[in-house]
Ligand binder design. Structure first.
Ligand SMILES: *Cc1c(COP(=O)(O)O)cnc(C)c1O
Length: 424
């Protein structure tokens, strides 16, 4: 049996861990079946506890952009470990990574490290509220900004409404300050500003969405948000937890040429260690404790082991000439080969892609927002997922997720992927 040990481990895990996992998507609820327990990873490949190998198209949901267990990162982390893991004091390393990032990304003067993307986004809106003295924020349906209360909000009935809690435990009081809008729908944004004049602290957006599948901003959507924010004294927050250091070193800001007021990072920035960060120009970051009054803290923030892994990963990216050009070109090739194979089989689909992020949606012509993502044939995606899994290819286990390509995906991996699709 191909997944014998994974099945046994999942049984056992469910006794001691809610649902058997420490983050829900890992449980395969969306695609069905037993989640695969991984043993190790190297370069482009994952190996599971039954000895099966997979080409990895999740890469830990993005962080492993230079492939798994890169020798130089492993060495750097080992060396750091020998000097101690964590001191709870400032270290030079923290300044080094902050300098490396802020010097290369336009519009951010200072950066604060945290331990997850959730923390980064949660802190970013607190900072935006502290800076503007306003309470309300706008988020988009289908965008994910971590699991803090203010973001676990779904649309109420009617086109433009206050949000409703999307999880038990989120209070109505929290929900009333989060306004919902449809991705790529500028009219809804204009209406929200009309109805809440002078009350909106920030718009938070995934500048290229990755959490409803990959969805791109259309018709200068980001430029228009920038303009509306400027006109209303509202801060624009780009949640670049996925896109940061992935679409370009400077993320979507650089790739798409639009500047945000506050930017959040995660995933790639830690090179596989638990790291998040938020950054802005000095005028805004000055509001943050200990300099300013907006409180934010973390016992393990800027942790030396995590900083070392992140710093080394970013340095490797910067040291490779045309890193993003070749990563993007390779992903473009993957996308077009996948499309060709599906077309040959007469399987109706559309592929959204930017840089090294992509998603395949079945039985739809286009996906520009969450409603359209929901209209895709997710049952077919689930069959597609399991077919590829059984053929040694690991896709994200949901049609609402994005594939993250690493620089280790070469022509041989693309060929093997296409071959598997031909027998779907
Ligand atoms: C993953 C993700 C988060 C949350 O990051 P965690 O490290 O899982 O807390 C926030 N925003 C976006 C866009 C993400 O993709």
């Amino acid at each position: 049996m191909r997944y014998q040990r994974s099945s046994a481990l999942f049984q056992e895990a469910q006794k001691y861990i809610p649902g058997g996992v420490n983050s829900p998507v890992r449980a395969f609820k969306s695609v069905g079946g037993v989640p695969v327990f991984m043993q190790s990873a190297k370069g482009a490949y994952l190996t599971d506890v039954d000895g099966n190998q997979y080409i990895d198209y999740i890469n830990s949901w993005g962080p492993a952009i230079i492939g798994h267990a890169h020798e130089m990162v492993v060495e750097a982390v080992k060396k750091q470990a020998e000097s101690g893991f964590s001191f709870g004091t400032p270290t030079e390393l923290e300044t080094e990574i902050a300098k490396l990032i802020t010097e290369r990304i336009n519009g951010i003067d200072q950066i604060r490290m945290v331990s997850s993307g959730t923390e980064a986004c949660m802190s970013a809106i607190r900072l935006a509220r502290g800076f503007t003295g306003r309470d309300k924020i706008i988020k988009f349906e289908g965008c994910y900004h971590g699991h803090s209360d203010a973001f676990l909000i779904k649309a109420g009935s009617g086109a433009i409404t206050f949000g409703n809690p999307n999880s038990p435990g989120v209070t109505q009081g929290t929900a009333k300050d989060t306004l919902l809008a449809r991705y790529n729908d500028l009219e809804q944004i204009e209406a929200l500003f009309q109805n809440n004049e002078g009350e909106i602290a920030a718009i938070i957006i995934e500048p290229v969405a990755g959490n409803m599948g990959c969805v791109l901003p259309e018709n200068n959507f980001l430029q228009n948000l920038r303009k509306i924010c400027d006109e209303n004294g509202t801060l624009l927050i780009f949640d670049e937890v996925m896109t940061g250091f992935r679409l370009a070193f400077g993320g979507a800001q650089e790739r798409l040429g639009v500047k945000a007021d506050i930017v959040t990072y995660g995933k790639v920035i830690g090179g596989g260690m638990p790291v998040g960060a938020f950054a802005a120009r000095e005028e805004i970051m000055d509001y943050l404790a200990p300099k300013g009054a907006v409180y934010q803290a973390g016992t393990l923030s800027g942790n030396p082991l995590a900083m070392r892994a992140g710093l080394e990963t970013l340095k490797i990216i910067l040291s490779e000439k045309d890193f993003y050009l070749s990563l993007n070109a390779q992903t473009e090739k993957l996308a077009s080969e996948v499309a060709k194979a599906l077309d040959e089989k007469g399987i109706h689909h559309c592929i959204n892609r930017l840089g090294s992020m992509m998603s395949v949606f079945f039985d739809v012509d286009k996906v520009q927002n969450f409603d359209e993502a929901q209209n895709a044939n997710h049952q077919k995606f689930n069959q597609f997922f399991h077919h590829l899994l059984n053929n040694g290819i690991y896709l994200p286990p949901s049609g609402y997720e994005t594939w993250f390509i690493s620089s280790h995906i070469q022509d041989a991996e693309i060929e093997k992927t296409v071959e598997a699709i031909r027998s779907f």
